[in-house]
Design a protein around this ligand. Structure first.
Ligand SMILES: Cc1cc2nc3c(=O)[nH]c(=O)nc-3n(C[C@H](O)[C@H](O)[C@H](O)COP(=O)(O)OP(=O)(O)OC[C@H]3O[C@@H](n4cnc5c(N)ncnc54)[C@H](O)[C@@H]3O)c2cc1C
Length: 379
């Protein structure tokens, strides 16, 4: 069987389902199919992000935890931020994706299917799936990008635990606690108290090499013991790898092959911030602008992160790579230079010129200059 659609979206993750829900909300939505092999429950994990209060309100059905205070810690100091304008949220990705799937209606639908091939047929793209075929005028492809070999990546294992005793300061999210083994790359513990007895603890490493699972688990156990947290029960485990380096995207090759009729969106289009691994808000912005464009006949995908910001992040990652001895202090200096609102803006890619000046002034100048020169020579 072959179905005709205006738009086919490959992948019903954050980008695919958010875009589809925005199209469904339009007055006259284009006929759209989202092709996704997995259910939201099969893809459940925790998504962290900073949100202004109005957006935090909108996301509340999918929110597992919300904090106005967060901290970064190393062996020398603890920097605690407090924000009036922003909250740090942890979302259940399954609940968020289900809410977007529930918002689909009319000519916008979700089909459980895996895309196996794309072919050109006149002015249409034929999408082969394991179930049926679709012919589309335009394809948005959100399948995850291929990881560059030996590229920089953020990799982690996390445990949801129930604690025996009440957690101290359950209103503070620990974004980075660097008081852990630094022998394998930049390593920190991320700890979110969802209630006074429920904690998510993740051992996260930024490096080029993944470690055996037991290494992260031992790091979590050591951190819990160092912080006198007794585990009553391990509720669940989650793990992940987020690319933080230049991506070799099969999607861009496909885009060229199909003369722009197939375009990457979401992480595949470069929506993951290279210095932090955060992508949620960049994807929200990209899909909102794209849906508005489509309503006016503009099908081109907006760039999710400006080239200037990507360039700054690339320099930052270059310094992390070339000067591992400095890496902890770079994050701590940045945290020290900014207050809560400024830090949230910075992480969201919405830093003002003054925020940038504060961060630049706090950084060690020579390693950054050396990295800029290396990059100029490389380009
Ligand atoms: C474990 C993990 C944790 C993360 N945590 C955060 C976080 O806390 N905050 C943050 O901002 N970012 C986080 N990120 C970054 C993350 O990449 C984005 O937040 C977001 O999930 C990317 O959305 P996306 O739609 O581009 O890709 P995805 O959400 O990965 O969606 C791609 C979809 O394509 C589908 N697919 C794959 N192959 C096919 C096929 N052949 N046919 C059809 N569909 C297919 C997949 O099943 C998937 O659902 C995390 C990433 C990972 C991997």
């Amino acid at each position: 069987m072959l179905s005709e659609v205006d738009i086919a979206i490959i992948g019903g993750g954050n980008a695919g389902l958010t875009l589809a829900a925005q199209l469904a909300a339009q007055l006259t939505p284009p006929t759209t199919v989202v092709l996704e092999p997995q259910t939201p429950e099969q893809r459940d994990c925790s998504w962290g992000l900073w949100a202004r209060q109005s957006q935090a309100q909108q996301l509340s059905p999918a929110t597992k935890g919300r904090w106005r205070r967060w901290q970064l810690i190393d062996h020398r100091q603890r920097v605690v931020h407090c924000s009036e304008q922003f909250s740090y949220l942890s979302l259940s990705s399954a609940n968020y994706l289900q809410s977007r799937a529930d918002a689909l209606r009319g000519p916008v639908s979700l089909v459980q299917a895996s895309v196996t091939a794309l072919n050109y047929d006149g002015d249409r793209v034929v999408i082969e799936t394991d179930k049926t075929q679709y012919r589309a005028k335009k394809v948005y492809d959100s399948r995850p990008p291929t990881l560059i070999e030996n590229g920089l990546r953020q990799h982690f294992i996390g445990w949801h635990i129930r604690t025996k005793k009440p957690i101290q300061e359950p209103d503070v999210a620990t974004l980075m606690d660097f008081r852990v083994d630094q022998s394998r790359g930049l390593h920190f513990v991320y700890a979110l108290p969802f209630s006074d007895h429920h904690l998510l603890v993740e051992s996260t490493v930024i490096s080029n090499t993944l470690e055996p699972s037991e290494w992260y688990r031992t790091a979590i156990e050591t951190w819990l013991s160092d912080n006198n947290i007794d585990v009553k029960e391990i509720i669940s485990e989650e793990m992940g790898v987020i690319p933080m380096d230049t991506l070799v995207t099969e999607q861009s090759a496909t885009e060229a092959k199909f003369c722009g009729q197939v375009s990457p969106i979401g992480a595949a289009s470069g929506a993951v911030r290279r210095s932090s691994g955060y992508a949620f808000q960049h994807i929200q912005q990209q899909t909102t602008e794209l849906a508005e464009g489509i309503a006016h006949g503009r099908m081109a995908v907006p760039t999710p992160i400006s080239s200037r910001l990507t360039m700054m992040d690339t320099v930052f990652n270059g310094v992390l790579n070339s000067r591992p001895d400095l890496s902890v202090s770079l994050y701590m200096r940045m945290a020290n230079a900014l207050n809560g609102d400024q830090f949230a803006r910075f992480m969201l890619g919405q830093a003002t010129a003054l925020d940038w000046l504060r961060v630049i002034a706090a950084m060690p100048k020579l390693p950054f200059l050396a990295q800029c020169l290396r990059q100029l020579r490389h380009d």
